[in-house]
Design a protein around this ligand. Structure first.
Ligand SMILES: C[S@@+](CC[C@H](N)C(=O)[O-])C[C@H]1O[C@@H](n2cnc3c(N)ncnc32)[C@H](O)[C@@H]1O
Length: 281
């Protein structure tokens, strides 16, 4: 596939009602996350990138890295602490304000670009050694084929795309109980977003109930792989991990590295996070 031509054909994006609603949600929770995310280690000069990413992606020192959906920048700034030259992208103004505040407080080099991922080609030029997007990213995306072409556009030839996210199997279960898992949602993608409007606490702060609902899309592993290979990237590995990076179900237990799993009979039985590395030929 000719990458140059494919990126020229990227469709014009307009913020849909679903994305506008998600933007309200992310602007609302950004200051909540600034209090509940792991900021202290960063203040002490320690990166918060997890053990799996260190094994699968590192070293990043000296590499140019584009972080898509960077939120309040804790991972972006960790990657900077570990030596990468980082650019973070997010569409939430409130998130990026906090990311820039933290960058300045820590005295790190990092550039933050305010953009909907789908509008990025209008705002940012250049090619990177690594395009990186992790932990809670795909469910906000309405169109994976266009997203994957944008990822490919920003990679140098030989560059690496690294993706880690919730395993698509997990959101099919009723997230109010862990004693008996019950299938409550389809595993398959539907064009209309699923509206998540409940009174459950925020994933990072059990004391905070978000006011704004969210609109999310479900993608299967085949949707993800087909989008990435369809954009001309070569998948090097796909790994499925029996642990989650947040307490997605009530009663989940945390291990000494900060990963979560179901208690009792489901412990270790389900893939909960996947990671994928792809290369641009
Ligand atoms: C779970 S967070 C990102 C994950 C990151 N690991 C973290 O927790 O800090 C999801 C981020 O995606 C951003 N986001 C959602 N949809 C987006 C879009 N269409 N374009 C750009 N950013 C988007 C949100 O603003 C939010 O900051």
């Amino acid at each position: 596939m000719n990458q140059k031509n494919s990126s020229e054909r990227l469709p014009q994006n307009t913020l849909t009602d679903a994305e506008a609603q998600n933007l309200k949600f992310w602007d609302e929770v950004a200051p909540v996350h600034f209090k509940s995310y792991e900021i202290e280690p960063l203040r002490q000069g320690r990166s918060v990138i997890d053990s799996i990413q260190r094994k699968e992606l590192y070293p990043v020192a000296g590499k140019s890295l584009l972080h898509l959906q960077c939120h309040i920048g804790t991972d972006t700034l960790s990657l900077a602490l570990d030596g990468a030259r980082v650019t973070g992208v997010d569409f939430s103004t409130e998130s990026l304000k906090l990311a820039e505040q933290l960058r300045d407080e820590l005295g790190l080099e990092a550039r933050f670009v305010h953009a909907n991922v789908y509008d990025l080609p209008e705002k940012l030029t250049g090619e990177y050694d690594i395009v990186y997007s992790t932990k809670g990213v795909l469910c906000w995306l309405k169109d994976l084929d266009t997203w994957a072409r944008i990822v490919a556009k920003y990679l140098k030839s030989g560059g690496t795309f690294y993706l880690m996210d919730t395993h698509p199997l997990l959101p099919i279960f009723d997230d109010r109980r862990v004693d008996e898992l019950r299938v409550a949602h389809t595993c398959y993608h539907e064009k209309d977003a699923i509206i998540w409007d409940d009174d459950l606490p925020d994933y990072a702060d059990s004391q905070y109930i978000p006011k704004n609902h969210t609109c999310e899309w479900q993608w299967t592993l085949s949707d993800i792989i087909n989008a990435i290979t369809g954009a001309g990237l070569t998948v090097e590995f796909l790994n499925e991990h029996p642990r989650l990076y947040y307490a997605g179900f009530p009663g989940m237990v945390m291990d000494e590295e900060g990963w979560f799993d179901f208690p009792g009979k489901y412990a270790g039985m389900l893939p909960q996070t996947f990671s994928l590395k792809a290369r641009k030929p």
